[in-house]
Design a protein around this ligand. Structure first.
Ligand code: GCW
Length: 684
């Protein structure tokens, strides 16, 4: 039955198959959009919201849905089932249901488009149920997806750095693609979850990519034009050394007048070409990227230089706080990479211009499966901070493993840096309200967009949490299933729903169970970061060590005897993490070096926990495989055959890899410690 799989060459519809629009498409829809001026690009700067263009997208969306499903576009005064109307209103959109009729009102076409997709997401439920009057607006003003895409194929990192979904949707053959229709389809998917900004090139800006800012600006304008119909604005990652490498100046010193003038002129040209351009993203003095340190300046000097250049255009600068010494001597026990971002940035609080957003990775290390929340997020009250997440699964299975990350992100966003009592009980999501949220995209030119079809759920969830970080990850997953697996009539087979929850709800904890234990992190193969290698990074310059010896494991980051990292947290966490008695089990080895015999709060020893979780993790992967297998009779009626084939192939690899992780970790730590497993399982 499954042997003949016909693969559709068109990109997979992800969460917008035609069936997902059945409920709205069956209705009589009215649009009240006053005449809007011509496309913004004809009148530079005249209409940064691109009202006319997005409004015509909205009309086309309504036409497409109603034509497909038998509804129609009707006069807005002829009692439509759904009325979409532009109204001077506040931020976001208003949703009113009155006797089963729905009105969505917003002040801009982009907000109205988000409102339209809100109704799409609700499906039939939008039109049933009690009368309602709700306001919806995004929790974060800035919601950005960062692409680590290279124009040229990089000899080590390839077309997309940490990309696991084929090539780039923006670039091929060393240039911006001629056909950018797929970029517009991407923008549509993003609009459906409320994302409205995309940075289109890698933060590691190589020589070729640097030129996007100058010579290639017309091509960047084409990308911006492809994103614009869905209200998505374009950002560029730029090189701090650009005044020298592109401008021929003798310096990039942020306090040099010629350098300042160069950046102002560069920004003027960008906005003259792309009036709705968003801003610049910068990785400076990090992993070999140039930065202000070369001139004895600091990151505030560097960020403010660019901020000054983009300010006249209403632009923003996302300045990354991912700054640490990647040429560390592993023998040097006093240097702690976890401390670096706080050491560099906390003292600069108060010095960043208003249009600088300091973009902070969620954890102090590097997108690990488990880390504490970065203390920088609690240390810069005067700055606009953004939290940076990684949708691309560099350290979480590289889209070969199913690993639904929303529960992890949700924990980070809901974390209370002051413990819930101090500072009005604010959570990370409140701290970053003005700076927003950014994430590294997991999208490429793969048919399924994300390599693993189920990794689409991560992109969807990022968008939804960027809009409302209080959403429950299981509910978000349910929305994603409801849209993605909608049949032509909009319905999803209940078993598909059940199975996807069974496979994905706990998949992040499952991944954690069979990989590096108790927050210690890494243990991955150096370079590509896939698969286990316990000592892969142990004697390297990267600062990512576990310090396992025959007696114990973990990094002592206490104030009492370690690197003092715990002291970067405000109370109560500085003390909670410092003390073995209160440090949460899942972060134990991030903060403490303990003997293998140390007894966890859970009642088992560290070594027995490590043995047990690795076996349990593999068993859970087997259950995931079995759960997916149970859908076989629903292929292709309720699960497309090509999706099924790809998921099976990935699950088989996940199981193989999980077994490899289990056997290496288990064997390594038995050999190291000599402590037998209480359950006497096979050791190699
Ligand atoms: O996680 C690390 C990655 C690098 C990446 C870097 C960063 C773009 O291994 O590939 O570089 O983070 O966030 O800058």
């Amino acid at each position: 039955m499954r042997s003949e799989i016909v693969v559709d060459p068109a990109p997979h519809p992800a969460w917008l198959p035609d069936g997902a629009l059945a409920a709205v498409g069956r209705r009589r829809v009215g649009l009240r959009l006053p005449e809007l001026s011509g496309p913004a690009r004809d009148i530079p700067g005249a209409d940064p919201d691109n009202s006319a263009e997005v409004a015509s997208t909205l009309r086309a969306e309504v036409d497409r849905a109603t034509t497909a499903h038998g509804g129609g576009v009707v006069d807005p005064d002829d009692s439509p089932d759904l009325l979409l109307t532009l109204n001077p209103d506040r931020h976001g959109f208003r949703f009113v249901r009155d006797g089963g009729r729905v009105t969505v009102a917003a002040s801009t076409p982009t907000a109205l488009l988000h409102g339209w997709f809100h109704v799409v997401r609700l499906g039939e439920a939008a039109f049933t149920g009690p009368d309602a009057d709700e306001r919806h607006s995004p929790a974060f003003a800035l919601r950005v997806l960062d692409h680590w895409d290279n124009v040229d194929v990089h000899p080590v990192m390839g077309q997309v750095e940490r990309g696991y979904s084929g090539g780039s949707i923006f670039y091929a053959d060393g240039r911006v693609r001629d056909d950018l229709s797929r970029v517009t389809t991407y923008a549509r998917l993003l609009a459906a979850v409320g994302i409205d900004r995309v940075c289109i090139n890698n933060v590691n800006v190589h020589a070729r990519e640097a030129r996007l800012l100058t010579d290639d600006l017309p091509d960047v304008a084409r990308v911006a034009a492809a994103l614009r119909p869905y209200g998505v604005r374009t950002h560029l990652a730029v090189s701090f050394a650009a005044p020298m490498t592109l401008g021929g100046l003798p310096t990039s010193d942020p306090l040099d007048d010629d350098v300042r003038a160069w950046w102002r002129a560069a920004a003027d040209r960008v906005w003259a070409t792309i009036p709705d351009f968003g801003g610049f993203v910068v990785k400076a003095d990090s992993e070999g990227q140039p930065g202000p340190f070369a001139y004895g300046r600091d990151h505030a000097d560097g960020a403010n230089l660019l901020a000054e250049a983009v300010a006249p255009h209403g632009g923003v600068v996302h300045w990354r706080a991912f700054v640490y010494d990647h040429t560390q001597d592993w023998r040097d026990r006093s240097t702690d990479r976890a401390r670096a971002a706080h050491d560099h940035f906390a003292p600069l609080d108060g010095r960043f211009a208003d249009n600088v957003v300091v973009q902070v990775k969620h954890g102090p290390m590097d997108f690990q499966t488990r880390e504490p929340v970065s203390p920088v997020l609690a240390a810069m009250p005067a700055a606009r901070l953004a939290i940076e997440l990684q949708v691309t699964q560099e350290y979480t299975g590289q889209q070969r493993h199913a690993c639904y990350l929303a529960p992890w992100w949700s924990e980070n966003l809901g974390f209370r840096p002051w413990g819930g009592e101090g500072d009005d009980g604010r959570a990370v999501r409140d701290v970053v309200a003005s700076g927003g949220i950014a994430a590294v995209s997991n999208v490429g030119d793969d048919r399924f967009w994300t390599g693993h079809p189920l990794a689409q759920a991560n992109l969807y969830a990022f968008g939804r949490l960027a809009w409302d970080p209080t959403l429950d990850p299981a509910t978000v997953l349910d929305e994603w299933v409801g849209l993605t697996f909608a049949g032509p009539d909009g319905a999803v087979h209940p078993r598909v729903r059940e199975v996807l929850h069974a496979v994905l709800d706990d998949s992040w904890r499952t991944y954690e169970a069979y990989t590096a234990p108790l927050g210690v992190g890494f243990m991955v193969r150096p370079g590509h970061h896939y698969g286990p290698d316990v000592d892969g990074y142990e004697y390297t310059p990267w600062g990512t060590y576990h310090f396992a010896d025959r007696d114990g494991i973990g990094v002592d980051r206490t104030r009492a005897t370690g690197t003092g990292f715990t002291g970067q947290y405000p109370a109560p966490w500085r003390d909670v993490y410092e003390d073995l008695a209160t440090c949460p089990d899942e972060l134990l080895l991030f903060f403490h070096h303990v003997p293998y015999s140390h007894v966890l709060h859970s009642g088992v020893t560290v070594i027995q926990h490590l043995y047990d979780t690795h076996f349990a993790g593999v068993e859970r992967v087997r259950e995931m495989v079995a759960a997916w297998e149970s859908l076989a009779d629903l292929v292709p009626a309720a699960v497309p055959a090509d999706v099924d084939a790809r998921v099976r192939e990935r699950l088989a690899e996940q199981l193989r890899s999980a077994v490899e992780w289990r056997d290496q970790i288990y064997t390594y730590f038995f050999r190291k410690s000599g402590i037998p497993d209480a359950h006497g399982r096979t050791i190699y």
